[in-house]
Design a binder for this molecule. Structure first.
Ligand code: PLP
Length: 476
């Protein structure tokens, strides 16, 4: 047996590369990094050609591996290239990504150290750093010291945690679900609906509240609906407001919604996955008034803090409610000492073992400070306003003036149905590939969207897009 152990040890040492092998892999990754970042400015924004996917079948996972160079090339061709390129500055579709370089390095370092970041006992520094980021985010929104939160994989899971916490905090018993009412608007992100279903609240009463002329939840319509529901013996339970809706970037009237929620004992939730961190910008602070009165809020650092995908945050104002919902112990964790001061992610979320996600947020904030994030977000807001003004000069009709950094617009051609024309226009922009945009339909009207959230997007990219639009519409 001992010989066999020795033999197996030798065969498995390849998993711990030598200094030279580490350098080789690093060099390949570094060369690729330089090439990738250099290429972003001019890259084709949407690769529809899926032929390279075949490589994944042709070069399958085999018993003995390949060289670093071959592996990085395969990743580039078959994995990085097809589809969208959200890292590039010409990405104006959906809610753009970005992905800070410092965060990529932080991810690498987090994986290298591989701290067991779910528990204070095993990774006190990692847990404390994540809690600091949570408290920092809470402070930006005006949330109190009592706030607890969790750094999640994204906004959808953060919304799920919030909905589940609300269910527990309001003690919704199974037999009460059919009488419990959830309020939202047409602009509420669909992941809230998903969260409601996963949280076992799918049979509750869902009330879609009307919008005002800027696509914000109409608070007076909400008040009326709540009153009506109470008269009918229903239990108003949860209201989901948006801080920057995905479609139009609309920010709901938080103060008015908070008044209604307080008067009727409703859990007031704000989905700020896209818009939340715009609260860093003094010039936009007024939009957020009343958000600090909510019970829970969701933020997505992988949107408005430019982090790589896989970073959301949920904050619960009365943190104990979050703790009471998710705290759970197990015999095999009996050595774990719980900390009074620093709650562990494992007690505040469904996860136990988790990636130390916080480092990708902590490192850029340490390196650069808050100011560049504040300035970059304000720049994105102004760029969207600029686009909103300039696109009208080339004959486009626009939606409401952007509140944050999402805007809608459409071209009205002389001799063609506007919806058909604008749908074709989006397709043409996609195949052209110099930029990428997405669209939406609101009350049967087809709109193009612009979302400027990538930190790499600057005025020259917006001008490039305006020129493309001019080229594509001038003869219509
Ligand atoms: C993106 C987004 C979500 C979903 O978040 P993910 O991070 O994609 O899971 C929820 N709400 C809003 C407003 C969003 O923009």
């Amino acid at each position: 047996m001992e010989n066999e152990i020795e033999r197996l040890e030798e065969l498995s040492t390849v998993l711990e590369p030598s200094i030279e092998e580490r350098e080789d892999l690093f060099e390949e990754a570094w060369k690729y990094t330089q090439w990738f970042l250099h290429d972003l400015e001019e890259t084709h924004m949407f690769h529809e050609d899926l032929s390279k996917l075949d490589l994944l079948d042709k070069v399958p996972i085999i018993e003995h591996g390949r060289s670093a160079s071959d592996t990085v090339h395969l990743m580039h061709a078959a994995i990085h290239t097809p589809g969208l390129n959200p890292a590039a500055p010409g990405h104006f579709g959906y809610i753009p990504g970005g992905g800070l370089f410092a965060s990529a390095i932080a991810d690498y370092l987090a994986a290298l150290g591989n701290k067991y970041a779910g528990l204070f006992f095993s990774a006190p520094g990692a847990v404390k750093a994540e809690n600091q980021l949570i408290r920092w985010s809470a402070k930006i929104l005006g949330y109190p010291e009592s706030t607890y939160g969790n750094i999640t994989s994204g906004g959808s899971i953060a919304n799920l945690i919030a909905v589940t916490t609300a269910r527990e905090a309001k003690s919704i018993a199974p037999e009460q679900i059919r009488k419990s009412v959830i309020y939202f608007s047409k602009q509420t992100h669909h992941c809230v609906q998903k969260a409601v279903t996963i949280a076992g609240l799918g049979n509750s009463v869902m009330r879609q509240i009307a919008l005002d002329n800027r696509f914000r939840m109409d608070a007076s319509a909400l008040a009326q609906q709540v009153k009506k529901d109470k008269e009918e013996g229903l239990i108003p339970f949860f209201v989901a407001a948006s801080c920057g809706s995905t479609d139009t970037g609309a920010v709901d009237p938080f103060d008015a919604i908070a008044d209604i929620a307080e008067a009727h004992n409703i859990w007031f939730h704000v989905d700020g996955a896209y818009g939340g961190y715009f609260a860093l910008v003094d010039e936009l602070k007024h939009l957020f008034k009343g958000m600090e009165r909510s019970d829970s809020v969701v933020l997505d650092p992988h949107k408005s803090l430019f982090l790589p995908y896989g970073s959301g945050i949920v904050l619960v104002r009365e943190g104990k409610k979050l703790y009471d919902t998710f705290e759970c112990s197990a015999n095999y964790l009996q050595d774990v000492i719980s900390s009074e001061d620093e709650p562990s992610p494992a007690d505040l979320s469904p996860e136990l073992t988790k990636h130390f996600r916080g480092l990708r947020m902590w490192m850029p904030l340490q390196l650069y400070g808050v100011a560049p994030f504040r300035n970059c977000l304000y720049e994105k807001y102004l760029l969207t306003k600029y686009f909103h003004e300039e696109v009208q000069k080339i004959g486009f009709e626009v939606g409401p003036e952007p509140q944050l950094s999402v805007g809608i617009y459409r071209f009205i051609p002389k001799n063609e149905d506007a919806n058909t024309f604008n749908a074709k226009l989006v397709k043409a922009i996609k195949s052209d590939g110099r930029v990428f945009v997405s669209s939406t339909s609101i009350d049967e009207v087809f709109w193009l969207r612009i979302a400027i959230v990538n930190f790499r997007t600057h005025k020259r990219h917006v001008d490039k897009y305006l020129n493309i639009l001019k080229e594509m519409t001038s003869s219509h």
